[in-house]
Structures are given as structure tokens and as C-alpha cells.
Design a protein around this ligand. Structure first.
Ligand SMILES: C[S@@+](CC[C@H](N)C(=O)[O-])C[C@H]1O[C@@H](n2cnc3c(N)ncnc32)[C@H](O)[C@@H]1O
Length: 192
């Protein structure tokens, strides 16, 4: 089974100078994605699944997908400083860090993923994630789309809905994207 998380970010830009200090200070909210990378890296080797993390830069001047193959990379991230540094490198020299970068619009990206993965969209008003466990075939590839510091745009939500993505909730409160990822992994693989 392949497990993919897609997170669109409207604010991250590739042509700006970034440092660990500027990012932890909130620059372009790269910190949101850095925490997602850190949390996902901790599931590496614990799941019977290939994990991919797709950071989608949705700003009209970017429209780029960075596919981070968590299962294949030597990440060794011990702290948020490590994951911030790694993400800055990934954004500036993707190829040298084993990242696949593609110029693509969101719709084509999701079409591409849907060819071999079932689509899920994380939102507080979706179906309970415990229901998912009963229906999700663990042999099937799954792709979970999560908002970053903002929810998905109306257009992105409408697209996912047209594509038949299943809306999944982990509760009524709004959680951080990085925590949502951890809770989804926990529900899929550890919960009895
Ligand atoms: C920090 S939230 C996004 C912004 C937030 N909705 C706000 O009010 O500004 C990050 C993303 O995590 C996912 N998420 C947050 N809480 C959730 C929940 N209770 N169930 C499912 N997904 C959730 C959604 O995809 C959301 O867009």
C-alpha cells in the first residue's frame, strides 16, 4: 500500500530567501509544512506502507508539486530545527535532495494521483475516521488531502468533491495539519 499526504500551501514561494530563523518566525508559514515533515518522518519504518508527502505550492506564480518520498530518504530529523533546515533545502535544491519537482496545476495533480489511489479529504465535518477503518482496504493506495494553515480553497474542495474524494473527520475541533497527519496514521495502522 502507498500512503500519500498532499498539502497545498498558498503562501510558500520558491524565489524567496529563507533561513531557519525566518521560518520559525513564521515566514510564508513554511513552519506548518516543516512540522508535517517531522511528524511524517517519525512514521517511517513503522508502517507497512510507502509514505509520500506532496507539498503543493498553489500560488498562481508557483503551481508546483514537490514529492517527498519519506520511505526512501535518509531523513534522520530529530527536531523542528532539523526539519526546517531540510525543508528549506528541499525547496531550493529539490533534485539534489531526492525530491521530484513538477510544474502542474492542482487539478492535474489530483487526477494523476487518483489513477492509482483512493482520495480522502480531511475536514472537521466529514465522516468519523473510525468509520474509515472499517471500509478502508489496507492493500489499497490512499491519498489524504489536508489544508495547511488555511483550509483548501472552495475551488480545490469542489474539485475533490467532483472526483469523489471521501470527506474524513478526526473530530469537531480544528487541529493543526501536522497533528491531523499523525492522528490519521495512528487510526489507519495502530488502532485495534
Ligand atoms: C489548521 S487547519 C486549517 C485552518 C483552520 N480550518 C482555520 O480555521 O483557520 C489545517 C487542516 O487540517 C485539517 N483538519 C483540521 N481539523 C480537522 C478535523 N477536526 N478533522 C479533519 N481534518 C481536520 C483540514 O484539512 C484543515 O484545513
Amino acid at each position: 500500500m502507498n500512503l500519500t499526504f498532499v498539502i497545498p500551501s498558498q503562501t510558500i514561494r520558491t524565489d524567496t530567501k529563507k533561513s531557519v530563523k525566518s521560518v520559525v518566525g513564521g515566514q510564508e508559514r513554511v513552519d506548518v509544512l516543516s512540522r508535517c515533515l517531522l511528524n511524517l518522518s517519525r512514521w517511517k519504518g513503522r508502517l507497512d506502507s510507502e509514505i509520500n508527502f506532496i507539498l503543493y505550492l498553489s500560488n498562481p506564480d508557483e503551481q508546483q508539486a514537490f514529492t517527498i518520498p519519506i520511505s526512501l530518504l535518509e531523513l534522520d530529523l530529530k527536531s523542528e530545527v532539523d526539519s526546517t533546515q531540510k525543508l528549506i533545502e528541499i525547496l531550493s535544491i529539490p533534485k539534489e535532495r531526492g525530491i521530484f519537482k513538477e510544474n502542474i496545476n492542482f487539478s492535474d495533480l489530483m487526477e494523476q494521483i487518483s489513477k492509482d489511489s483512493k482520495l480522502y479529504y480531511l475536514t472537521p465535518d466529514g465522516s468519523e475516521i473510525s468509520e474509515l477503518k472499517k471500509t478502508n482496504n489496507q492493500k489499497e493506495n490512499s491519498c489524504f488531502v489536508v489544508g495547511s494553515q488555511y483550509d483548501l480553497t472552495e475551488e480545490q474542495e469542489a474539485l475533490l468533491s467532483r472526483m469523489g474524494a471521501i470527506r474524513v473527520s478526526i473530530g469537531k475541533k480544528d487541529y493543526l495539519a501536522s497533528h491531523v497527519i499523525t492522528i490519521v496514521c495512528h487510526h489507519l495502522f495502530l488502532r485495534k
